[in-house]
Design a protein around this ligand. Structure first.
Ligand code: KIV
Length: 275
């Protein structure tokens, strides 16, 4: 008799219901192997438009496409059984109209199998959030520092530093909550503002560079694992020096190959368990 372990994926309503409870843990992933490993420890995985930077080496997030993120989303969904998978809607795929946003979000969801999409934008996009939610597409709204607005902002810098700008971010957050977003990502804002917004909205807030006052945190996996090169945002705590480990391993591999130090059974094809 074969035994089968059935694991249930964290659902959108479950994440939505985690307001003010145990903190929600999020990380990004864009490929199956990292996704498979982190799946045991996180509540949700974001296939972020930061894939443009960490997988393709671009200097910002603007150049990734719907097709690329849908394909990376499928890799992450296929490799995971537990975490709720959310895929970013890339720049240009939703700002023009709610209808365009729906077509692209539906494409992302149907190709990837993800549970939800994320969009960046202020209150002006609340109509789009409602349009998607009313048609069966759960939405995470991302406010504060919005990297897709890089050219308008003139750089990646903290937001909400004066009362007028803090007030605008609060209005953005409230508009998205009213439109039906199930989670709010708050990026690049200070603790007092993160605390204010978290206390005002009934949906969980997930911070990135927005202090522990949020209901959870999302970071880019490569930053946490020391695989992003030299430029890592100041608020990131690095848990592993992945680059040093990979360098040491590949250096040893190179030495072994040059010395002919192959495993004894190198001629026997097959696989061995590595766990
Ligand atoms: O693309 C991304 O990685 C993001 C962050 C919120 C993690 O949007």
């Amino acid at each position: 008799m074969s035994t089968q372990i059935i694991t249930k994926r964290v659902s959108v309503p479950e994440l939505r219901g985690r307001k003010s409870q145990e903190k929600i843990v999020g990380l990004t992933a864009h490929s199956c192997n990292i996704a498979r490993v982190i799946d045991d420890y996180v509540d949700f995985i974001l296939v972020g438009d930061s894939t443009a930077m960490v997988a393709y080496g671009h200097t910002n997030t603007l150049s990734i496409t719907v097709d690329q993120l849908a394909a990376h989303g499928a890799a992450v969904v296929n490799a995971t059984v537990r975490a709720c998978v959310v895929v970013d809607m890339p720049f240009g795929s939703y700002q023009e109209s709610p209808e365009l946003a729906f077509r692209n979000a539906a494409k992302i969801i149907s190709i990837s199998g993800a549970s939800a999409v994320k969009i960046e934008g202020g209150a002006v996009l609340a109509t789009t959030v409602k349009f998607l939610v009313d048609r069966g597409i759960p939405v995470v709204a991302h406010v504060g520092l919005m990297p897709q607005y890089l050219n308008t902002l003139g750089g990646f810098r903290a937001q909400g530093l004066d009362e007028a700008s803090a007030q605008r971010i609060i209005e953005d957050a409230l508009a998205h909550e009213a439109a039906g977003a199930f989670v709010l990502v708050l990026e690049g804002i200070g603790e007092p503002l993160a605390r204010r917004i978290t206390g005002m909205v009934s949906i969980p807030t997930i911070g990135i560079g927005a202090s522990p006052a949020c209901d959870g945190q999302i970071l880019v996996s490569e930053d946490v694992l020391g695989l992003s090169g030299s430029e890592v945002p100041r608020f990131v705590k690095q848990y592993l020096n992945g680059e040093a480990l990979v360098r040491a391993a590949v250096e040893q591999y190179s030495v072994d190959v040059k010395n002919g130090a192959f495993p004894e059974k190198h001629h026997c094809f097959g696989f061995k368990a590595v766990k």
